[in-house]
Design a protein around this ligand. Structure first.
Ligand SMILES: Nc1ncnc2c1ncn2[C@@H]1O[C@H](COP(=O)(O)OP(=O)(O)OP(=O)(O)O)[C@@H](O)[C@H]1O
Length: 304
């Protein structure tokens, strides 16, 4: 079984500027893969090479075993694509856009079913150029779903969507994955990726800074955790004592007067004991795992 996406040593230069720098990436069939990076990190450039809209300066890209450049027609047959910034056809309704997508893929079906799935049935017979940004995004997503593609390539799929729209998009992504589709989607909205992705790749300045599961990234980032502790009393000596513990990175007071401690995951008990020994009673304790946002900042900082 070939991988859904195989990228080997790919570089893309625009003049003297390197937009993608020696990237290797393999995505297995059935994965939901989140492609994360700041503006300008190289995400769309990678996607455009998969679609053969631009050619790599060096390296190879394959989709389901088909070379994206020399065998681009076959590669494209596997894909349903939601591009970044789709230009609608003037004068065509939403329904006609779907009909057009079906004809180009040689697929029979009822456009309304897909428009219904993305929640814009009522606008089906209005000209799409009058759609709002979110409605256009939903329509283009419906076009990507035509023909149950093996691979969904979604470039910033939630851009322009309200929170309900973003949630429904995530639900559809998971449904598509359940029926067997591999999903590759780019975003700089971390929670979107955290909510659905099996694995995450972090692009930074054209390079793939890290690829792993969210759990794996957390472990690699040191497995730190943040404790928020409400106590009956708290003096500087208590805070200093906690901060002096081996596996504690920092300890300080929050605006609400709680003790905030960043420490290794296993150090929680040491912190509580240190407080107990000094007669400080713990009234409440919450633990926060590092968010994907923290990991992202950590990785991009490290690869600079
Ligand atoms: N055709 C082009 N000519 C010159 N430079 C380009 C071209 N296309 C992209 N770039 C540059 O390559 C870099 C990567 O751009 P890319 O669009 O891939 O980023 P991105 O990660 O998709 O960003 P965003 O999140 O803003 O969409 C940017 O610095 C961009 O200016």
């Amino acid at each position: 079984m070939p991988p859904a996406i195989q990228v080997q040593d790919v570089t893309k230069r625009f003049g003297s500027f390197t937009a993608v720098d020696r990237v290797d990436l393999q995505i297995e069939q059935g994965e939901v893969f989140g492609f994360l990076g700041h503006n300008g990190a190289g995400k769309s450039t990678m996607i455009n090479m998969l679609l053969d809209h631009i050619r790599p300066t060096a390296g190879d890209l394959e989709v389901f075993g088909a070379d994206c450049q020399t065998d681009s027609v076959e590669a494209r047959e596997h894909m349903g694509v939601l591009p970044d910034g789709y230009g609608v056809y003037s004068g065509l309704t939403g329904r006609q856009h779907l009909q057009f997508a079906m004809e180009s893929k040689g697929v029979d079906g009822e456009p309304l079913n897909l428009l219904d799935r993305v929640g814009i049935t009522e606008a089906a017979d209005r000209a799409a150029e009058g759609y709002s940004k979110g409605m256009t995004q939903r329509m283009v997503f419906a076009m990507a779903l035509v023909g149950e593609p093996d691979l969904l390539i979604l470039d910033e799929p939630t851009s322009g969507l309200d929170p309900a729209g973003a949630r429904s998009m995530r639900e559809i992504i998971l449904e598509e994955n359940k029926r067997g589709a591999t999903v590759f989607f780019s975003s700089h909205i971390l929670e979107q990726i955290e909510a659905v992705a099996d694995r995450v790749g972090i692009m930074h300045q054209g390079q793939l800074a890290a690829v792993d599961t969210i759990g794996g990234l957390r472990d690699m980032a040191g497995g730190e955790t943040r404790l928020l502790i409400a106590t009956d009393k708290l003096e500087d000596t208590h805070i200093n004592a906690v901060e002096a513990l081996d596996e504690v990175d920092k300890a300080g007071l929050t605006d609400e007067g709680r003790l905030a401690v960043t420490c290794a995951k296993g150090a929680k008990m040491d912190v509580l004991l240190a407080l107990d020994e000094r007669g400080v009673e713990v009234l409440d304790l919450t633990t926060e795992e590092a968010s994907l946002e923290d990991l992202f900042v950590e990785y991009t900082r490290r690869s600079e």
